[in-house]
Design a binder for this molecule. Structure first.
Ligand code: NDP
Length: 253
């Protein structure tokens, strides 16, 4: 079934990878709801992209999510594609990890994916069509020092997404994860600064040691490459791809 002008939700769509995903869906002819805690920034991005609208939504807050879906139902009738992209990083050794930062990372990445999926699924089930795409990470299958909460949340997102895929496999709904390697966004730039400070090294050394050390191509991924893959996973050609983990890593062992 081909759908035109689908309603696509991109959490964390105001910048970085989410913005590139939103752009790719707009270019594909879809409408994109761009979600971020900073609603003004989300709306600014939406106006830049075109067929899009920004919404102030915190994916860790179920009331904020319920209000969003009420508005989206009134404006667009529901949702066809959900991209769980919002995420954050915090760099610390386990024994020093502040408990509130641990909760914030896990809640943003894992609980946020759960809450958004829980509220999007009924619309998709009613129309027997839906595409759920989770932006996990290369760290969804490969741990790294000082990123314990992030690694734990990214591993868990894969299991969650596969379970969603199984539960909905006969309802016209697919659910897949994309695992980007280090991608050129503010998240990676901030991480480099933190890692360099921790190691007493330069950011270039931190890039080579922590970020590109295990990667074969020795190049950062560009956000647009993630956008193109998300549009493919939501296309008719990918209708039988479900429960999969698709790496965009530049190669890694
Ligand atoms: P950025 O930090 O550049 O962007 C994060 C986005 O998430 C922003 O739009 C931010 O908007 C939003 N966000 C953060 N917290 C919340 C929240 N609680 N509720 C709603 N929105 C929120 O990150 P990237 O673009 O680099 O990363 C996007 C995703 O890709 C993340 O899940 C990340 O883990 C993953 N990833 C990134 C990689 C990289 O190297 N950059 C590699 C692999 C995966 P606002 O602040 O307004 O809320």
């Amino acid at each position: 079934m081909t759908k035109d002008n689908r309603t696509v939700i991109v959490t964390g769509g105001s910048r970085g990878i989410g913005k590139a995903i939103a752009q790719a869906f707009v270019d594909n002819g879809d409408f994109v709801a761009i979600l971020g805690r900073n609603g003004e920034k989300a709306q600014e991005t939406a106006e830049e992209l075109g067929n899009a609208k920004g919404y102030s939504v915190d994916v860790t807050d179920s009331d904020s999510i319920k209000d969003f879906f009420k508005n989206l139902e009134a404006e667009r009738g529901g949702a066809d594609v959900l991209v769980n992209n919002a995420g954050m990083q915090y760099i610390s050794a386990v024994e020093e990890f502040p408990e509130e930062k641990w909760d914030q990372v896990i809640d943003t990445i894992l609980k946020g994916s759960f809450l958004m999926t829980k509220h999007a699924l009924p619309y998709m089930q009613d129309q027997e069509y839906g595409r759920i795409i989770t932006i996990s990470s290369g760290h969804g299958r490969r741990p790294d020092k000082f990123k314990s909460a992030y690694v734990a949340a990214k591993f868990a997102q894969l299991g969650f997404t596969k379970t969603v895929a199984m539960e909905n496999a006969q309802k016209g709904i697919t659910a897949n994860s994309i695992l980007p390697g280090a991608t050129n966004t503010s998240l990676i730039q901030n991480q480099l600064a933190d890692l360099a400070e921790r190691d007493g090294s330069s950011e270039q050394e931190a890039l080579e040691t922590h970020i590109l050390g295990a990667q074969w191509m020795k190049q950062l991924i560009e956000p647009e490459e993630i956008g193109a893959t998300a549009v493919f996973l939501a296309s008719d050609g990918a209708a039988k791809i479900t429960g999969e983990d698709l790496g965009i890593t530049g190669g890694e062992s």
